[in-house]
Design a protein around this ligand. Structure first.
Ligand SMILES: [Zn+2]
Ligand SMILES: [Zn+2]
Length: 108
């Protein structure tokens, strides 16, 4: 029987890993890595958690895709979209999109 050190009731695995994000050395992890997924040091892990919950809590701060597109309606430049266009559908600038939403005929 090994003397398992329970720090706060959580078993830590010790080893020699590298953070997938910043390349920092990782000497202990709260889980046993299987070598498949990326590993993060304490700092990066905390950062990722913060970013994640931040995005979830703040809906106005949702992810935007940046690129160089042209509005199908008025030809205006579009530099960011709330979704990634797949090239199938026409793209509309903010103004045209709003206009279309307002002019949209009722379904019933
Ligand atoms: Zn890191
Ligand atoms: Zn437009």
């Amino acid at each position: 029987m090994e003397n398992t050190n329970y720090s706060g009731g959580r078993q830590m695995f010790h080893g020699d890993w590298v953070c997938s994000e910043c390349g920092a050395k990782i000497t202990e992890l709260p889980f046993k890595p299987n070598g498949k997924g990326p590993l993060y040091c304490k700092d990066c892990h905390a950062k990722r958690r913060n970013n994640y919950s931040g995005n979830r809590n703040n809906r106005s701060d949702r992810q935007m895709f940046h690129g160089d597109w042209v509005c199908s309606e008025c030809g205006a430049k579009i530099t960011e979209l709330p979704f990634e266009p797949n090239g199938d559908k026409p793209l509309f600038c903010r103004d045209c999109h709003r206009k279309r939403m307002q002019n949209r005929p009722r379904r019933f």
